[in-house]
Design a protein around this ligand. Sequence first.
Ligand SMILES: NC(=O)c1ccc[n+]([C@@H]2O[C@H](COP(=O)([O-])OP(=O)(O)OC[C@H]3O[C@@H](n4cnc5c(N)ncnc54)[C@H](O)[C@@H]3O)[C@@H](O)[C@H]2O)c1
Length: 695
Amino acid sequence: MSAQVSYAKEGAAAVLTIENPPVNALNVAIVTGLRDRLKEALDDASVKAIVVTGAGRAFIAGADISEFGKPRPKDAPTLDQVVELLEASPKPLVAAVNGIALGGGLEVALGCHYRVAAAGARVGLPEVTLGIIPGAAGTQRTPRLTGAAKALDLIVNSKQIGAAEAKKLGLVDEIAEGDVVKAAIAFAQGKQPRRVSEIQDKIAADRGHPEIFADYRRDMAKKFRGFEAPFAAVDAVEAAVNKPFEDGRKYERQLFERLVASQQAAAQRHVFFGEREVAKIPDVPKDTPIRKIERAGIVGCGLMGGGIAINFANGGIPVTVVETQQAALDKGLANIRKIFDGNVSAGRLTREAADQRVALIKGTTDYADLKDADLVVEAVFEDMAVKKQVFETLDRVCKPDAILATNTSTLDVDAIAAATRRPQQVIGMHFFSPANIMKLLENVRGKATSKETIATVMELSKKLGKTAVLVGVCDGFVGNRMLYAYRRQAEALLEEGALPQQIDKAIFDFGLPMGPFAMQDLAGLDIGLAIRRRLRETLPALLKLSYIPDRVAEQGRYGQKTGAGWYRYEPGSRTPIPDPAIDKLVVDYSKEQGIARRAIDDTEIVERCMFALVNEGAKILEEGIAARPVDIDIIWIYGYGFPRYRGGPMFWADQVGVKKVYDTIKRLYDKHGGWLEPAPLLERLARDGKGFYSR
Ligand SMILES: NC(=O)c1ccc[n+]([C@@H]2O[C@H](COP(=O)([O-])OP(=O)(O)OC[C@H]3O[C@@H](n4cnc5c(N)ncnc54)[C@H](O)[C@@H]3O)[C@@H](O)[C@H]2O)c1
C-alpha cells in the first residue's frame, strides 16, 4: 500500500484516514492527500463533521525524517499550511487519535478542533532530539491548551505522554472507551469549530510572567549546554504567550527553518540513524542464527563484574557470579545490593523490583556452577596470564556451545581465545565504567569469532539496554585507542605551554562533559601509569609518551579517589580545584626538557586534540578495526560524551572539512613528528575533496 489519505462517509461525517505503513509517517504524499481530502469533505454539502484518523496502530508517528532537507515538489503544500487549513475548516473537525501521535502527527491533531484519543494513544513533540523544533505551530498551540510550563516540559524534553496524562494537560478532550473513530464521530455531534489558536485563558494567565521563561532557561542550561534547539523551543513558547497567534507562528517557522538547515540538526539526524545503523553488521546477514541466552555467568565480581551482573538482572537474565574467595564474593554481592538499594531510595526502582533483580544474581566460588550458562563474561584482573587461566577453566566447565566473552580493555582477544578450544565462540564485550550506567558496549570480534557469536552478542546487548558497536582487535579497541591519541596531544600541549585547567576548559567549551585531565582524575591515574609503563617497553624510539602524568601519579596523586590528581579536591567534593603544585610541576618539566613555553590559545587546543582524535579514527577505519565512520561516532557519543550536536568526531570532521583537518595535522606533524603522522586515508580524502561519509 502506498502512502495515501483515504476518504469515507459514515452518516453525516467524513472520515479521512492516513495510511502509510508501518507508522503513518508524514511525507509529501500524505500532506498533499490531507489537503485534497479535506477539500472534498468541505465541498460535500452532506458532510456535517470531519474526523481525521490513522490506519493501523499509529495515528501519525512524526515526519519521515529521510525527507528532511530534500526539495519538495513545487505544488506540494507544507505541513504547516495544511494544519492551518484544517483549523480554518468551517465544519467541526475531530482528530481520532487511535495510536501514537508524534511531532507533525500531534500538530495535525492540534490543528483539529477537538481530540478524542484511544486509551493506549501516546503523544509528544520529539523534534528537539533531532535538533529542530516543531514547525507546524506545535509550539504555539500546545501552550494554548496546557499553559507555558507544561508545554515547555513537553517540548524541550521531547517527552512522550499517554492519553490519560494528555487529557489531564488539556491536549486531549476525551478518551474513547471503544472504537475511537465512532467516539470521535459521536463527539462531533452538535459541536461548533473550536480553534486552538483562538484559545486564550491559559496563555493570558502566563502573560506578564517573564520569570517562567527566565527560570526555565536557567534550570535547563546545564542539561542542554551547547544545543540550539531546546533554547529555540523556549523562545517559541514564549512567543506563543506574548504574541498574537499569527506572529508567533511565523516566528516559530523562522526558528524552524534556521534549525532545519543547521549543522546541529544534520548532526542529530545523523546520530538518530547512526544508533540504528551500528546494530547492522555489514558481513553478518540479518538471518544469521542467534543463540538464546537464558542463563549467564560472570567471572570476577569487582567494579566491572558487579556492574555487568546488574545489567543481566535488569534484562531479566539469571546470572551466576564467580569469585575464587568467599570474602571477595561477599564484598562484590554487597556492592551489587548497595547499587540496587540506591536505585530504590532514588525512586528509580520499587523495592519489589529491586528484590526480584537481586534474586536473579547468584554468587559462587565454584566454577562448575557455570555449567548451564549460555554465555559467560569474564571480568577478572587485567592480566593475560590470569585471563588465559580463567578461559582454560571456562572452556573445560562450560557447555560446548556456550559463548565466552572477555571484558578486557587492553588485552589481545585473539590470544585469550587461543587458550580455549572454541575460539569461534570467544568475543570481547567491553563494558564501560560504571557498567550498570554507561550505555556503550564495544563488542570485539577476534580473528576466529563466528558470525553466529557476533549476532548473538549484538542481540543480547540490546536486551541489556546497551548501544553496542562491533569493533576489531587492537590496543585500546576504538574508543580508548582514540582517547589515548587525544590525550597525548593534551600532554604535549602541557609541555609546550598550556596548563591542565586551560586545556580542560577549552575541551569542555567544545562540548565534552570534561577535559582529559579532569577525566583522568575521575578514572584514576594509577591505571594510566601501568599502561604507560607497559607501552614504553615496546614503543619505537620516534614515539614518546610525556612523563608529566607519571610524575603526577608517582606522588600518589591518583585523582579523585586520593583527593588529588591533576587537581586537588576538598574532602567529599568532586569539584576540581586547580593546584599551583601541578602548575609548578608542569612548568618545571618544560624547563627541564629545554622547551621554551609559549602562549597557546583555545582554538589551537581544540584543533590539536580533536584533529588528532579524527586522525586516529581514520587509521582505525583504514585498518578495518571499525567498519564504518558511524561506528566511531556512536562510540564517542555514548562512551565519551562527544557532543551529540556535533554528530561524533568523524561526522564533525566532515563538517569542518577533512582538508582542514589534514592540513593542520600535516603541519603539526612536520613540526613535532611522532604520533601525529597523518593517516593515509585522511590524506587521500583531503586530496580528493571528499569526507568520511562521502568516500
Ligand atoms: N575499571 C574500568 O574502568 C574498566 C573498564 C572496562 C573494562 N575493564 C576491565 O574489566 C576487568 C575487571 O576490571 P575491574 O575494574 O572490575 O577490576 P577489579 O579489580 O575491581 O575486579 C576484578 C575482580 O576479579 C576477581 N578475580 C580475580 N581473579 C579471579 C579468578 N581467577 N576467578 C574469579 N575471580 C577473580 C577479583 O577478586 C576481583 O573482585 C579488567 O579486565 C579491566 O581491564 C575495566
